[in-house]
Design a protein around this ligand. Structure first.
Ligand code: 2P0
Length: 318
């Protein structure tokens, strides 16, 4: 970034995103460079709002949902390490006030909206006026999936080829699909047993099936991209569901195993398959947690609300 002097209190907000074709595995851990591209849909109703300012003396002060975090908290350490990229000098610190409308670390990636909102707040604070793809690149350094949270609607994160990561950022996919719905089936929102960063590393290093993943992931990404442009919902849904299950297969085949599912997650999968048998066009995807995210078009909402009254229905293009 060009300017090293903070100008004002910065503000940024960003949505959560759900990957339809997943990011799982890094080719460079320090730079968050992925082994494969990924493609997501943002949920503007859920996300993060961040205010940021610089003080001349003293350490960073991080407030999450109106509660000041202890300096030794892993969340704070990770954030401060990221902020090291941007400090004007070593004596001062940033004040960061963050409000999440997503349960933190519960499988709806709050790190994605969190680092995207933070980068927007930095851009505002330093008045860099960076382009979206540059902001996406910076957000990626905080958390890979954050690269996709710079945009509303569909986003595609290019894995890039370069060792320095300058070609690894997300871009918006130019398509609106007002009928597109996401249903949240919350199984368990407590903190997950193993974080994504560590889970990915474990899978990359200790799973023999993993070598098949990057190529499949790139194929699924291309199929889903095409299906979005064609508004071919069935191809999109089937490919996204299969992609999520394949990602989880690599986790399960890791040693020691990584299994984010609860018995209720599996029961919900069977319920979705049963509904499909009954003629309801609905698919699911799952991330590094036990919860299901359902994919369907608006015409199926009444049938789904009857079958799954606990489902929270979100409209990405509302
Ligand atoms: C995704 N996930 O594409 C995949 C699917 C979870 C499962 O991106 O280490 O928080 O910060 O780059 O982005 C969650 O991992 O990991 C994630 P880091 P991140 O949405």
């Amino acid at each position: 970034p060009p300017n090293h002097t903070p100008v004002k209190t910065g503000y940024g907000q960003a949505p959560v995103n759900i990957a339809l074709s997943k990011y799982w595995g890094k080719r460079d851990v320090a730079l968050n460079l992925p082994t494969n591209g990924s493609l997501s849909i943002s949920l503007p109703e859920l996300g993060t709002e961040t205010r940021l300012s610089w003080h001349e003396t003293g350490p960073d002060k991080i407030t999450l949902n109106n509660e000041e975090m202890a300096p030794e908290a892993p969340f704070v350490k990770r954030l401060s390490r990221f902020l090291n990229f941007f400090r004007p000098d070593a004596n001062g610190g940033f004040d960061v006030e963050t409000l999440n409308t997503v349960p933190t670390a519960a499988g709806l990636a709050s790190s994605a909206s969190g680092y995207a909102a933070l980068v927007k707040a930095l851009d505002d604070c330093f008045q860099w006026q960076l382009a979206p793809r540059e902001l996406s690149l910076l957000a990626r350094l905080g958390s890979g999936s954050a690269s996709r949270s710079l945009y509303d609607g569909f986003a595609l994160w290019h894995k890039g080829e370069r060792a320095d990561g300058l070609d690894s950022y997300a871009e918006k996919i130019d398509q609106t699909w007002p009928e597109f719905c996401i249903g949240l089936l919350e199984i368990d929102t407590s903190t997950k047993p193993i974080g994504s960063t560590q889970g990915m590393q474990q899978t990359v290093n200790h799973c023999e099936l993993y070598q098949a993943w990057p190529e499949k992931a790139e194929q699924d990404l291309a199929t889903i991209h095409r299906a979005i442009l064609d508004k071919d919902f069935q191809t999109l849904g089937a490919t996204a569901e299969n992609n999520a299950l394949a990602m989880h297969a690599t986790m399960i085949a890791t040693w020691p195993p990584i299994l984010y599912w609860q018995p209720e997650s599996v029961a919900a999968m069977h319920r979705v398959w049963q509904l499909r048998q009954e003629g309801v066009t609905v698919y699911f995807t799952m991330d590094a947690g036990p919860n299901l995210k359902l994919l369907f078009l608006e015409t199926e909402t009444p049938a789904l609300m009857r079958a799954l009254p606990e489902m929270k229905c979100l409209k990405p293009f509302a």
